[in-house]
Design a protein around this ligand. Sequence first.
Ligand code: ATP
Length: 923
Amino acid sequence: MPVPLLAAAVGRVMDSGARALGVLAAADDAAQAAVIARQEAAEREGRWSRLQGAERALAAATQAHAALTQAVTVLAPGEAAAPWGRPPRPVADPFAAASYVRAGGLEVPDHPDIPLLVPLLDRANLVLEADDADLGPLHSVALRALVGTGAGQLVLHGFDPQLRGLFAPFAPLRRADAGLLREIGTTPGDLDSMLKRLTAEVQRINELRRGSPVTLSGLRAGTGQPIESFRLVAIADFPAGFDAATAAALAALLRAGPACGVSFLVHHNRVIQPPHGVDVKHALAGVDVLSMGVPVRWSRLPDVGVLLDPPIASRLVAEAAEAVAQASEAMAPPQLPLADLLDPAGAPPRSSAEGICVPIGRSGQQIVEIVLGDERGQRHNVLVTGAVGQGKSNFLKVFVHALSARYGPEEVRLYLLDLKEGVTFHALASTPQSRDWLPQAAVIGFETDREFAVAVLDGLAGEFRRRAAIIKPYGDKLSVYRAQVPDAVMPRLVVVIDEFQILFTEDDEISTRAAGLLERLARQGRAYGIHLLLASQTISGITTLLAKQDGIYAQFPIRVAFKNSAGESRAVLDQHNPDAAELRYRGEAIVNLESGRQDANQRVTIAAADSVTLDVVRRRCWLARPPGSAPPEVFEGGRPVTLGHAIDRLRDLRAAARTHPLAGRVGLIGLAVAHPLRAEGVVFAAEPGRHLAILGAGSRRSPAGPDGEANLALGAMQAVAVSLALQHPAGDAKFTLFDLGRAGEATESGLDHLGWLLERLGLPLRLVPQADLGSELRRIAVEITSVAAQHDTHYILAPALDRAGTLSALDGDMVSDLDVLRSILRDGPARRTHLIGWWTSVGMYRNHLGFDASVEIDGVLALRISQRDVVDVMGHTVAWQPRDNRGLLYDRQEFPAPVTVVPMAPLTRADANALLRVDWEER
Ligand SMILES: Nc1ncnc2c1ncn2[C@@H]1O[C@H](COP(=O)(O)OP(=O)(O)OP(=O)(O)O)[C@@H](O)[C@H]1O
């Protein structure tokens, strides 16, 4: 080619380069500037002429070409710029976006290696115009966009009305964890909903851009976080499946989408007749077109032919997609430190009179806060969901700590209940490692029983009534009352229930009560400063609440949805809002203040609750606690309970026994699953029926740790004995143990420690071997009937009494052991003789007591026995399913209804020693 022609060709390339080749502006400018500078220099020196300057022009062109090649490397690094050869390596940099994508090469004579880079993500759309259905070029461009963008940052969408298998080779991207390939719609309905969702997406990102010209890439760079996703929307066989409305929606998205990260790749099949009302030209106006033909032409550079890259084999596409999916799954999610959201240390504490406002994360540049109790917003309660491991627990920690950092315990009190095994709230209570506790916390429940949660809600309903009575004379709400009585202390109460759906897993009374209480508190609590935050992995299965969906969920306008299935997303947000399924990484959530309406979705990076920041917040709160603050009431459902948990109660009982030596003594059995928590037991008084029967197998999976099996029946029996012994400070009691146990059982279950402890309390335990059982029963019976003066209270411990058999053999006087036992049960209490017996078999218990009910034992602790037996022996309709570490306690005379208890665990030597060290006289 003659030099002037070459110069002209390269010049043309250069002229259009800035626009057409998408050359990085700086590099392009530099190249152009070089040419101009040379021209100017030449002209200044008076030596320039068209002919004489030919060599210089060539040199400039060569230099410009070098700049171009370099620019290409910068613009579309790695695979995007090179013809496809080896399997690609996905880009690790999450900020990288394929703003330019290689489509092929330019047919510039003598310069065969000038690539055609088409602008795409963040910049433009592309129409691939063809007379056939070949999707190869579309796949090539899409794949290059995918590998040229940070792994996991580009999501593909598609519309495939002729079912050509659009994106079939990209299937690995569909995997749930990667989630980079969304549903490929095929019907006009699919198209309509896809375009609507994308429109909402563009509107939302436009709001983040706040009218500035900055594109999504710019936003990401500005926040330092790879916020939002880029989207590439492929449409096959356009205009098939479109109508006037969808064509108009597409046209709008083509204009507004790219700057918001939404670019389209439209395969325009010229063979397809436009449907009625669809104006193809109008719909695609202004979009770059790569027109298939001989040669291929690109609309931005119409005079230069384009040589498309050969199609990429499907196998290579799938390999590349797999690599991107894997890299995306391995990507660390972005981190937003909680400390970035907190008020600076020393900031003045806030008042909750007008509401509370809690920073939780960031959306774009904006800090996102949850506001509760605000009069204008009228948003009072929060619903949170997310699949396992997506960041729900982290969110709860952020919420609790950010709230506590702002509001003191006189402004906010927290009721924190975790219905599953979890450690979310652990650090908020005092532990042996760290004695501090969160003063804002009133109640903390880990692995909480449903009963306990309902008892707490019941307590809150009581608090609601109390507040209503106080506030009513001043008006109808907390803010009014606090404005008129500025010195009043009336904190807002925030109830957080994690895995609240467990409340509704059974169709029983607890479930009904829970639903009623939650509904009442959600509806009416607001006026008196009571707010609910309910969190769950799944709410789609909660029938009790769903039946009243319009009622209760409407009271939870604030929805926080972590990544979940589309079904769960619809359940928690709105039936038309599956967007939580599209979240990209754990810790990213949709925060929606409009009861889940899709156009109100806000994507938020929730702060990371790192333990250092949490510790600092908690420590600060603890140090600033008002004098006399009480630690939270802590219920740990999975932990064993010992008498060490009931020291104050035992002190009170001991003092009462001194004051009223003839009154009954309380044998403590376990911790009642109630609010407030209390040690519960049975009174042993000089009245008929004052015995205790423990029924059912006592072994369980031991939460006590390395000891293996622990026997709750024996644990409860020991607790009763020790607590009774402590209530005989004058030593006016004696203890007898019928030793019917198997070899080694006494040692394993702490009975040895019991003897040791009672001895030190001055009340030695007398052991009666099985062989002497009959004679001992007769001796006791005689003692009871003797008219001798007042004798010591006698507690008979009879573990595994059913091992003694039916006791029905008759002696020479035609009296059986059983007859004697029944006489002791009947007449013993009046003479201060009480039995604490354990029967593993309910059948033998009935046998011993007699079916004619001539003898009754008032106190019953049910362990592993059936519901039928429970109803039978308690005479009370109650739902009971044996559970680890739980028993059902009933005292026919004293309790209105049976109570679930955590029975005391068997004594250890450490427990016994600790009890001996207590100063029992201290009050
Ligand atoms: N916003 C976040 N920023 C950074 N890391 C996070 C964020 N949210 C969660 N993570 C991390 O992800 C992991 C799982 O989070 P988390 O325990 O909160 O999930 P979850 O949904 O509560 O899970 P589960 O239901 O199993 O309790 C944790 O290691 C946590 O540190």
